[in-house]
Design a binder for this molecule. Structure first.
Ligand SMILES: [Zn+2]
Length: 339
């Protein structure tokens, strides 16, 4: 069992004080050796797992070369005199943090991650399978966090002001992003999914959202077909990856998940859209089967927001020519490339 799995196993043992409190598990390790593990409420009701592991179990241990594995993005603010787990991690000088899921509260999502990155802490994420387990385990917490805000302590008021006033209709989001492109990072994952649906519709597709943003969905968020009437329609599977921080890239697990879906479901083309960029690994995996999964990043989405769908860049996965058998090279019609 690796430390991410161990953290998830710990999370299942959480003693939660309310039905909508998060179930959180933590492991602290150094050079492959477990130093401590903990779960929420383990030693005291309501006690956060990071606090239990770092401040109670590893009180005097030097942790500057240890890695922390936590199933949930650490809390970012707590009412004084309590310190947030983000502060506790930074005070312990932990340099490497693995996070299961981002805080589902749209107001806080990504804030701790940003604070850790700004302090030069390396931040990594658990893989999708484990993230789905964590989301399942925390269904009540996630639902509560996304509707009424954070389930824990009330936050300072200024932090609770969303940067986009209400939840604007998708077309208003498009207009907002045309004026203020940087607001794309403030969208909720659900708003970003709806934005991509809207753009697909503008491109001539009939898109359908698959389900709630944080439900396990087998790697597919949107399905779409070219709008009828059309000859030889095809079925498109879209996975949407929204990050609140531009420097967080979409990794290879997204590509592998969608490739697996493509092999077992009647989709003809797969598309992963992110509001940031892809890691080199993610691009490498996609390139191995360019006919299965295409990647579209912030550059493409920015173009789509402007209504430009017919750019040559959209043809980048399609070769100029194919060699059908040795020596028989056929140019692919319609592919126009700059010399
Ligand atoms: Zn905490």
């Amino acid at each position: 069992m690796d430390f991410m799995e161990l953290a998830v196993a710990e999370a299942t043992k959480s003693q939660t004080e309310r039905p909508d409190a998060p179930k959180v598990g933590v492991a602290v390790a150094r050079e492959g050796l477990l130093l401590a593990s903990a779960h929420r409420g383990e030693l005291r009701q309501g006690e956060h797992a990071e606090y239990t592991a770092i401040e109670r179990k590893l009180r005097d241990a030097p942790l500057s070369d240890a890695a922390l594995y936590t199933t949930l993005e650490p809390c970012f603010v707590r009412a004084r005199p309590k310190r947030s787990c983000t502060e506790i991690i930074l005070d312990a000088r932990i340099r490497q943090v693995f996070i299961g899921i981002e805080d589902p509260d749209p107001v806080f999502s990504g804030r701790a991650i940003q604070a850790l990155l700004q302090a030069s802490v390396a931040v990594h994420f658990f893989d999708r399978g484990l993230q789905d387990k964590i989301l399942d385990l925390n269904a009540n917490f996630v639902a509560a966090a996304q509707t009424v805000g954070i389930g824990g302590e009330p936050a300072p008021h200024d932090l609770r002001q969303p940067r986009i006033a209400a939840v604007p209709a998708t077309r208003q989001i498009v207009h907002l992003l045309q004026r203020k492109p940087e607001e794309i990072y403030s969208l909720t994952p659900g708003q970003f999914e709806e934005l991509i649906c809207d753009r697909l519709s503008e491109m001539g597709f009939d898109p359908q959202l698959v389900g709630g943003t944080n439900k396990p969905d087998g790697g597919v968020d949107i399905i779409a077909c070219p709008r009828a009437p059309v000859a030889f329609p095809f079925l498109l599977a879209v996975q949407v990856k929204h990050h609140r921080i531009p420097s967080i890239k979409t990794g290879p697990s997204a590509v592998k998940d969608l490739q697996a879906v493509m092999l077992h479901q009647p989709f003809n083309v797969g598309l992963i859209v992110t509001n940031t960029t892809f890691t080199p690994d993610a691009k490498w995996f996609a390139m191995q089967r360019p006919n299965l999964v295409r990647l579209r990043d912030i550059t493409d989405v920015t173009r789509w927001i402007k209504g430009d769908f017919l750019c040559d860049e959209e043809w980048r996965e399609i070769p100029e020519a194919i060699e059908l058998r040795p020596g028989l090279v056929i140019p692919v019609p319609g592919v126009v490339r700059d010399a």
